[in-house]
Design a protein around this ligand. Structure first.
Ligand SMILES: Cc1ncc(COP(=O)(O)O)c(C=O)c1O
Length: 390
């Protein structure tokens, strides 16, 4: 059981703001902001390189924290500035030949899809969208039927940016493994919201961000690269950190996932990411997952009973992101009006998940995404206030 009073005391923002946008950028706990500030102060005091050297051991520990959190080994982790960079590093490193099919899902995120389009234009890959089942999740049987020798990659989003859906990521992983096809999983909205075990998921690559459900600082993320890729995967771009210049005409790739990193980094933000993951793990990810779902379902039942609101969530298994359309010409203006009353919610435009939005004829949606530190009472008040604006 989570001590709600304690986690709220640990969250300075919760005193003044009802924050219901964990899928955007959640409230940092105090210990996370403190870790960032402490390292920044140290840099100001003794110099950036010196601060890094002095904090080398705890900063190294951030890899161990990420690895423990997702069931990986520290050498399989690269720290990144966001989820998109992490995802792109894996995607652009993969040698996909002309005509190779890349299988994805209808709820795929915009950043990933435009990268597919670029490689379709540049390298001649074929993007194939696996249809959804009757509940709106990726249809695993359809995926199995589409497998073949010309499939170069399966790349899907586990939890889409809107739509409440949890895609069957582990079942997809079993198919990928059975056919020996690389599997790149976008876990951006899952990290910090639910338990992650990369071995159970069967993925080769997993990308995530720090600022959302993990409650880390902005400008953080990570990439998991399964050990089996570390002896041959060549990043699309390298520097002398990921690939030391060992002879005049030769570099050597690092033997770990840090071959995707560059020399310069924000160590203050990394310290914050490590603090965020350790904080989540002290609370317990299973307890977090259960409470997020409880609160999201509470929000869904309140919203379902609100005039002028239509729930737009899909899937048998629902996550913490609650998506609705509203009878209002400018949903964005409602976000501002809610903020004036102390409630942080957000929107999601059709262009962020274009395939799903076009298929379902979705307008701009409102997103409410409670985190475990929220209360039922906050949700009651937020939804009641939204109702008065419609
Ligand atoms: C499903 C999904 N993937 C990837 C991203 C990109 O994450 P980042 O902004 O950290 O690059 C987002 C951001 O909203 C997302 O929702």
């Amino acid at each position: 059981m989570i001590d709600i009073a304690q986690v709220r005391r640990d969250t300075p923002g919760a005193e003044t703001t009802t924050h219901l946008l964990a899928c955007g950028s959640s409230l940092m706990p105090r210990c996370v902001a403190d870790a960032v500030i402490k390292h920044t102060r140290l840099e100001a005091q003794i110099g950036g390189y010196e601060a890094h050297a002095q904090q080398a051991a705890p900063l190294e520990g951030v890899y161990a924290s990420v690895a423990r959190h997702i069931g990986a080994r520290p050498r399989e982790i690269a720290l990144m500035e966001n989820a998109t960079v992490a995802w792109c590093h894996a995607f652009y490193a993969l040698p996909l030949r002309k005509g190779a099919r890349v299988l994805t899902c209808e709820a795929e995120y915009a950043a990933n899809y435009v990268a597919f389009l670029q490689r379709a234009k540049r390298d001649g890959i074929i993007i194939e969208v696996i249809p959804s089942d009757a509940d709106g999740a990726l249809d695993v049987e359809a995926l199995e039927h589409r497998m073949g020798d010309d499939v170069g990659l399966i790349a899907i989003t586990w939890i889409p940016t809107n739509g409440g859906l949890v895609n069957p990521a582990a079942e997809v992983g079993r198919i990928a493994r059975a056919h020996g096809v690389p599997y790149l999983l976008d876990g951006c909205q899952a990290a910090g919201q639910m338990r992650i075990d990369v071995a159970e998921l069967g993925c080769d690559f997993f990308s995530a961000t720090g600022r959302k459900y993990l409650r880390g600082p902005r400008g953080t993320g990570f990439l998991y690269v399964a050990e089996r890729w570390l002896d041959h995967l060549e990043p699309a771009m390298i520097d002398h950190f990921g690939a030391p210049w060992v002879e005049r005409d030769r570099y050597e790739l690092r033997d770990d996932a840090r071959r995707f990193e560059t020399w310069e980094n924000s160590y203050a933000l990394r310290a914050g990411l490590g603090a965020a993951i350790d904080y989540a793990d002290r609370i317990g990810i299973e307890a977090i997952e259960a409470r997020v779902r409880l609160l999201a379902d509470h929000a869904r039942s309140l919203l379902a009973a609100t005039r002028g609101v239509q729930l737009r969530d899909l899937g048998r298994e629902r996550c913490g992101i609650v998506s609705v359309s509203v009878d209002h010409p400018e949903p964005q203006s409602l976000v501002a009006r809610m903020a004036e009353a102390g409630f942080v919610i957000g929107t999601s435009a059709p262009s962020s998940t274009r395939l799903d939005a076009e298929r379902r004829g979705l307008p701009t949606l409102l997103r409410l995404a409670p985190h475990y530190f929220n209360t039922e009472d906050e949700l009651d008040r937020a939804v009641a206030h939204l109702g008065t604006l419609l």
